[in-house]
Design a protein around this ligand. Structure first.
Ligand SMILES: Cc1cc2nc3c(=O)[nH]c(=O)nc-3n(C[C@H](O)[C@H](O)[C@H](O)COP(=O)(O)O)c2cc1C
Length: 461
């Protein structure tokens, strides 16, 4: 007996400060002007996507003590941008990344409840646990929380925020003098008072998380609705999907209660061969010689500006004990010495310069091909449980998504795995994402306590 196919979900990433964004493309426009954000959000909405996603960086990146000006620099405030987008759109969800490390629950709960009201229930919060003391200097706290404690704070933060979001009765008309009253006394937050924003349409905005470690995955399973991940290759995606979904049952959750959306890039062409050629050109447009050197510097953790991008790789190992040369950027290379060794071996075996090696080793474009090929491949990921949806990362702002919406979306619709309209009964993001209603704060925390007690008993037995 064959069951009906799982549907494909799509969302749009407003590309930011990474070298994958080709700001030198003649079609590229402002990354700050409101029109750019609105253009991309309206395109995503035309493509019936779930949400527009904004990442966050709270300090200008530096390289070797200087501003890193090879990529797009500067990023306006997420919630302000999303409020502007809310006014120019009707259905697209508004997903903003904000750190639980430096902000306070009352402050963020209030801002997200407001966004949820302004947008008629379209707010989502990507909870990140910002990694560095460099960013923290902006918040008077430097690197005040060691790495494992950041997830503990984030979990406590969401519990507090959820309590605030629930603190008003379902209808503001029913408000009595208990409206907004809350108390949250915990290790990280000792707060009480009255929350001043009435209950918003979704009550809890959709909660995303983006960490990849074991603690990050556990945090997602116990506290989040969605994971934004870099696992965008089919087999790796399946392994990640299985691992994270396998953590849900102990928290009393089902497979579809946590959605996995890899961030994916794509290159389209009239034919597969045409797309492959465009992908090759794009890789060199994304990586100038100077960008290739900077990529190496992040692995070697030392100044390599005297190296020729067209020459060989350094023959020494990365510096492990020196200060970080790259500041303000999430570190994705876990073992620099092993990476450097592997890169040297590849470069030697294939006779590659630094520039060629960096292009070869750049995270692959997940989907390259004609619209038909890309639609079929995306569907395969969904049916084989390598993802529940995709966050598309265009390379050109703001028009890079249009081509996808005009060519791939109709193919997915013809295949019967993508809707022809947004759900009519309810405009909230939870409904668009098929997530169901919010789960009360007490249920989240009770489920985590039960899971932890069971784990402790298991260890003792
Ligand atoms: C795909 C992905 C996207 C992320 N985006 C952001 C971001 O926009 N802003 C930020 O401050 N941190 C971001 N992070 C950092 C995470 O919140 C986290 O601090 C970091 O990955 C370390 O946690 P981990 O060891 O569990 O991965 C991102 C991480 C991943 C994996």
């Amino acid at each position: 007996m064959s069951s009906s196919p799982r549907r494909v979900h799509l969302a749009a990433h407003f590309p930011g400060v990474n070298n994958t964004t080709i700001w030198s493309d003649p079609r590229s426009e402002s990354h700050i002007a409101v029109d750019s954000f609105i253009h991309m959000a309206q395109t995503a909405e035309r493509g019936l996507m779930d949400f527009l996603f904004l990442a966050e960086g709270l300090r200008l990146r530096e390289m070797n003590g200087k501003i890193c000006d090879l990529d797009v620099m500067g990023r306006p405030d997420t919630l302000t941008v999303l409020s502007a987008v809310a006014a120019a759109t009707e259905r697209i969800g508004l997903a903003g990344t904000l750190t639980a490390t430096f902000h306070e629950p009352y402050e963020l709960a209030r801002q997200f409840a407001t966004l949820d009201h302004l947008s008629g229930g379209r707010a989502a919060w990507n909870v990140v646990t910002s990694p560095d003391a460099f960013t923290g200097e902006n918040f008077r706290r430097g690197g005040y929380l060691p790495y494992p404690r950041r997830y503990q704070r984030a979990e406590d933060f969401i519990d507090a925020a959820r309590q605030l979001w629930e603190s008003w009765p379902a209808s503001a008309q029913d408000a009595d003098e208990t409206a907004g009253a809350y108390e949250h006394h915990s290790e990280f937050f000792d707060i009480s008072g009255r929350f001043d924003v009435p209950r918003s349409p979704q009550v809890h905005p959709v909660i995303f998380q983006a960490g990849d470690s074991d603690s990050g995955r556990e945090f997602a399973a116990g506290s989040a609705d969605v994971i934004f991940t870099r696992h965008s290759e089919l087999e790796d995606g399946k392994a990640f999907y299985k691992d994270t979904k396998g953590r849900l049952a102990k928290y009393g959750r089902a497979e579809d209660d946590l959605r996995i959306y890899p961030g994916v890039s794509y290159v389209l062409g009239d034919t597969d061969a045409d797309a492959a050629e465009r992908a090759r050109e794009q890789a060199y447009a994304q990586h100038s010689g100077a960008t290739a050197i900077a990529t190496l510097e992040r692995v070697w953790n030392t100044d390599l500006s005297s190296f020729d991008p067209d020459g060989p790789l350094p023959d020494f190992d990365p510096v492990l004990d020196g200060p970080e040369v790259s500041q303000g950027r999430v570190k994705h290379v876990k073992d620099p010495v092993a990476t450097a060794q592997r890169w040297r071996e590849i470069a030697q075996a294939e006779n590659l310069s630094i520039h060629d090696l960096v292009v070869r080793e750049a995270p692959g474009v997940a989907f390259v091909g004609s619209a038909d090929t890309v639609a079929r491949q995306m569907n395969q990921y969904i049916q084989e449980r390598a993802a529940d949806g995709f966050i598309l990362i265009p390379t050109v702002v703001p028009g890079g998504l249009d081509e996808f919406v005009d060519s791939v979306v109709p193919r997915l619709q013809e295949m019967g795995v993508y809707p022809d309209s947004y759900a009519e009964e309810d405009p909230t993001l939870r409904t668009t994402m098929e997530l169901g209603g919010y789960r009360p704060a007490t249920e989240w925390s009770r489920a985590r306590s039960t899971a932890r007690a069971a784990a402790t008993n298991g260890q003792e037995a």
